[in-house]
Design a protein. Structure first.
Length: 787
């Protein structure tokens, strides 16, 4: 830190002082934060083809390319004005359990969902009188029992296929039954249905009417597939939709102009339903390039693309934009970087660099406020009033959390001033200025800045509105308040589907906020809500145990019981282990024991799965399984085999004294901005010279690229080759100068094409973990860790 102070340089005064708040100080930012600066000038600008397509207005060159939406020629019907909210639950014969687990009779819950659902989160059926014949059991559908859906499944298919003249007659009958049901109580309604002399299909219709009544749905809701089919739906689409269960299909096929919220448990077919919804959008004529699907992981994005591709074809699936929030926002921010006071090549600060910036922000605050009032007021000085050497570092964790939460919730320094938290305001203000001065944004900024662009620049809003006609959001429970704001703006056309489960919200440390469900209900007033509660994946034992546990969650929007029709399965064992190695030994022993027991059905190794929380834990398992000769497959690509990770490792390896040719080759392959063939030609030529002169790859490369003219290479190829060499030199300098491995890795990963955002983050996460400790010497770490 002392070194930082010595290296202080001045920078432009802060620009964000507001009315009635004291103007912020003009801090001086340490040179260390400019360590990355040399890269900026030399770093090549990456052109992303896909990027052009999505944000055609991104260049501020005065040339407005035509928006894709304007070229598609799609004629969409104007959005319908929906007069009402989700149809009220009809509750005849039902009771509610309130938040305290007390039973109360429910009269009519026909109020607005956002208030009512909080008070009546859970509905259970009152025991029905026994019916006279066995088939009657499926006339009593309830929220806890999806038998009804499945047992009539085939018959519903039959109805859908045979839209004959009898249909009109049956529908008349159904309307009559439906109306009768509304007037009578549940029992009499069922009696009514049972007593009518109906054919099987008519019975199905009647039951659907009863189902609709109980779930507060309209008859049209379940007829949407028929309606869609009548409009020449491709066979594959229709087959796919038929394969869904009733509620999934209803969600997929419901009116796309009405905001849809699907609350779904694990393994209940969320992805299957979203794929169905996408197919419906395509069938309605929405161009795939106008559909934006937001997921939280790249794995989920590719899973969805694969499933769409299997039904709608590769070409259409490729045109869809399936993106993570951060990727989407990154592209938007890069395309309008100048509005954010950045250049298009701005850096993304990961955990390590964010922390260093925070340390610096706190240091600035303390230095600029020499009056020490903050120490006193916040009781953070030691007994004799002095700062201990690691003071800023110690405080940085607390401030990092503060900054993360402030950004996730969209708070600005001005907000903190207004709340009277002057210290918070200044730290946040300093931090923002440091990032601006270093031409950087952090992960939360990406979302916040996107919201800023959409709210403060009409042209950006128009561009996005024209580009994204329909929006689908996966894992909605994990959206932060800012991500929700982004969605709210993007989905002003109401064509939005969100899918999530408040029970699975796992990113609260990152600002995720389950209150998004309530906000959605409030903001999209005519929304429709569908719940999927049948688990197709797990045994009953697992589903029941999980439901039992999850009932203790205090922040549930709606209580729900999940069902599984699968076998009960074996019991769950909970084992407490002392450490990671003991845990690993236990798991592998158990696998070997079970696999050798031929009486157990699951004796093949292929029937076992090991789930772990962090990539680094996987390493321990991989080593142990290998040592004990248990064959295994890794789901997805192993972390250290990922292209991006290998590239970063290769770049770092080049800084070691006895580095051989292979890392250099990899670096050229990764950093040369040419097409595959051109890149191959360049590398092959370097290798040829290496072999002829019996020298190293890198010295051959130096000789080749230092030439001003070459008979083999074009000028542009020579220039790019030289740039790679300069980059390697810079990295080497950085490694020798920096004490922080995270600074090195973040800088290195920032040089890799930006579409690998998530992987970059993973690299930084690993760095943030115990494997790479910031206090260790960078070179020895690289040597021990990467060798
Ligand atoms: N209607 C259905 N009938 C039979 N199987 C189904 C049905 N819907 C989903 N499945 C099966 O259930 C499994 C889980 O489906 P899917 O991946 O769509 O669920 P999910 O809710 O997205 O899962 P996750 O909890 O991993 O997010 C898959 O194997 C799928 O084929």
């Amino acid at each position: 830190m002392e070194q930082m102070s010595k290296e202080n340089v001045s920078f432009t005064p802060l620009s964000h002082s507001i009315n009635n708040t004291p103007p912020l100080q003009t801090p001086r930012i340490s040179q260390s934060f400019r360590a990355v600066k040399p890269f900026l000038d030399r770093k090549r600008v990456r052109e992303d083809v896909c990027f052009h397509r999505q944000f055609p207005y991104r260049y501020n060159d005065g040339i407005e390319s035509k928006l894709p939406a304007l070229n598609t020629g799609i004629k969409r019907a104007p959005l319908m004005e929906m007069p009402m909210n989700t149809p009220p639950f009809s509750t005849n014969g039902y009771k509610s359990i309130n938040c305290h687990g007390e039973l109360s009779s429910v009269g009519s819950i026909a109020g607005s969902m956002d208030t009512e659902c909080m008070c009546v989160p859970f509905i259970i059926p009152i025991k029905q009188p026994a019916f006279s014949n066995s088939s009657d059991s499926f006339l009593t559908p309830s929220l806890l029992d999806e038998d009804f859906d499945e047992s009539v499944y085939e018959e519903i298919d039959a109805i859908c296929e045979h839209q004959s003249a009898a249909k009109a007659e049956r529908e008349d009958l159904n309307v009559r039954i439906y109306m009768d049901c509304q007037q009578n109580d549940n029992n009499s309604c069922n009696d009514h249905i049972t007593n009518l002399p109906l054919t099987t299909n008519e019975k199905v219709r009647a039951e659907r009417a009863a189902y609709n009544r109980i779930f507060g749905l309209k008859e049209e809701d379940l007829c949407t597939l028929e309606a869609a089919q009548s409009g020449n739906m491709p066979d594959e689409y229709s087959k796919y939709l038929q394969s869904l269960n009733d509620r999934q299909r209803e969600a997929a096929c419901s009116d796309t102009s009405i905001p849809l919220m699907i609350v779904a448990g694990p393994g209940s077919g969320k992805t299957s339903t979203m794929v169905g919804r996408l197919l419906m959008l395509l069938n309605e004529g929405v161009s795939p390039s106008n559909i934006l699907a937001m997921t939280f992981t790249t794995a989920a994005a590719s899973e969805m693309r694969d499933r769409i591709s299997a039904v709608a074809g590769k070409a259409r699936a490729k045109e869809l934009t399936i993106s993570t929030f951060h990727s989407f926002s990154l592209q938007l921010c890069r395309s309008h970087a100048e509005k954010l006071e950045r250049t298009r090549e701005f850096l993304i600060y990961g955990h390590g660099q964010q922390r260093r910036a925070i340390i610096e922000a706190v240091r600035l605050l303390v230095d600029e406020n020499s009056g020490q009032q903050y120490y006193k007021s916040s009781k953070i000085e030691n007994s004799n009033g002095a700062r201990h050497p690691g003071y800023f570092k110690d405080r940085s964790k607390k401030w990092q959390k503060f900054v993360t939460q402030a950004k996730a919730s969209g708070k600005t320094p001005e907000d903190f001033y207004k709340m009277g938290d002057e210290m918070g305001a200044e730290v946040l203000g300093n931090y923002n200025d440091i990032l601006r001065s270093c031409n950087a944004l952090d992960y939360h900024d990406l979302i916040g800045c996107s919201v800023k662009l959409l709210t403060q620049y009409d042209e950006v809003l128009k561009e996005c509105r024209d580009s994204w006609k329909a929006i689908i959001v996966d894992e909605f429970q994990d959206t932060s308040a800012m991500q929700y704001r982004l969605l709210r703006i993007l989905a002003s056309h109401n064509n939005i589907t969100v899918v999530g489960d408040d029970d699975q919200s796992i990113f609260s440390f990152n600002g995720a906020d389950v209150s998004g469900f309530d906000s959605f209900r409030k903001d999209f007033t005519n929304y429709k809500e569908i719940r999927l509660i049948r688990n197709y994946r797990s045994t009953r034992c697992i589903v029941e145990a999980a439901s039992h546990l999850i009932q203790n969650n205090s922040k549930r929007c709606l209580s729900k019981n999940f069902l599984s029709e699968n076998a009960y399965g074996s019991k769950i064992t909970i084992k407490e282990c002392y450490n990671e190695n003991a845990q690993c030994a236990f798991v592998v022993d158990k696998i070997l024991e079970t696999a050798s027991n031929s009486t157990v059905g699951s004796s093949s190794y292929g029937n076992f799965a090991i789930l772990y929380r962090r990539q680094v834990s996987g390493k321990v398992f991989q080593t142990t399984l290998r040592n004990r000769k248990v064959p295994f497959n890794l789901h997805g690509v192993a972390f250290y085999r990922k292209k991006i990770v290998r590239t970063i490792i290769a770049i770092l390896k080049t800084t070691l004294p006895a580095c051989d040719d292979s890392p250099y080759r990899k670096v050229f392959k990764a950093l040369l901005p040419f097409e595959k063939e051109e890149k191959k030609r360049v590398i092959e030529h370097i290798e040829k010279i290496t072999a002829c002169r019996k020298c190293s790859f890198i010295s051959a490369a130096y000789d080749i690229f230092s030439a001003k003219i070459s008979g083999t290479f074009k000028r542009s190829q020579l220039t790019q080759g030289r740039k790679v060499l300069q980059t390697l030199e810079m990295i080497s300098k950085l490694v020798h100068r920096e004490r922080s491995i995270s600074a090195v890795i973040t800088s290195v990963s920032n040089m890799i094409p930006q579409n690998h955002l998530l992987e970059q983050r993973a690299v930084i996460d690993v760095d943030g973990g115990k494997l790479l400790n910031e206090d260790n010497d960078v070179r020895s770490l690289i040597r021990t860790y990467f060798h």
